[in-house]
Design a protein around this ligand. Structure first.
Ligand SMILES: Cc1cc2nc3c(=O)[nH]c(=O)nc-3n(C[C@H](O)[C@H](O)[C@H](O)COP(=O)(O)O)c2cc1C
Length: 182
């Protein structure tokens, strides 16, 4: 069994990135578990809380640490990553010496209506994850320009060429996690 922790960098009810994450989880081969990490109750980071962190933070760190790999599916905000995602990464990286991402095989993918499909945001994310000693998947890259109804209500992807790419991405990601998991 390959256990993947999925972090979606948007809290929006109709998030297109959550839809993308759901489609990827449906495409994953048997023997793979995609567990969505709950982040909507994680408070804003405050170092005063570190000695006795909120339960949501303890759970977040455990969800990442117990996974074989992490998949981050995120929008791009102002050519970077959303504050919501940075907040979660900051919490998971602390306290000093207890970075939950340390050595964790991780990949990022994202979608937006904009022409670069989150590429600029993902470049920022890569530099943060490098500092956190994450093992990052280089290829394939996932910069998805969102088209209306790209993912339907059942999490299926009607367009064949998009579906084929997402299938390839999921297969390669899981294969890569299996190769690098500790
Ligand atoms: C604060 C903010 C900043 C944004 N900046 C970008 C951007 O830099 N590039 C881009 O392609 N889209 C940008 N967008 C548009 C988002 O891609 C769009 O809102 C998308 O639906 C967000 O993903 P979600 O549906 O998963 O929440 C921005 C949206 C917001 C709210």
């Amino acid at each position: 069994m390959t256990k993947i922790a999925v972090i979606v960098g948007s809290l929006r009810r109709e998030s297109i990135n959550r839809k993308l994450a759901e489609a990827l989880s449906k495409l994953a081969k048997k023997g793979t578990e995609f567990n969505f990490v709950k982040i909507d109750d994680v408070p804003l980071f405050n170092q005063d809380l570190e000695p006795s962190p909120p339960a949501s933070v303890t759970r977040l760190k455990k969800d990442i640490e117990s996974a074989d790999g992490v998949l981050i599916v995120t929008p791009e905000y102002n050519r970077s990553i959303p504050g919501v995602l940075k907040n979660v990464i900051d919490w998971a990286s602390r306290p000093y010496g207890k970075n939950s991402f340390d050595g964790k095989p991780t990949a990022a993918i994202g979608t937006s209506q904009g022409a670069v499909g989150t590429a600029a945001g993902q470049q920022h994310l890569r530099s943060i994850l490098t500092y956190l000693n994450v093992v990052q998947m280089g290829q394939p890259e996932g910069y998805i320009v969102y088209r209306k109804d790209m993912v339907d209500e059942q999490g299926q992807v009607p367009d064949e060429s998009v579906r084929k790419f997402l299938q390839l991405y999921t297969d390669k990601f899981v294969e890569w996690v299996d190769r690098h998991r500790r």
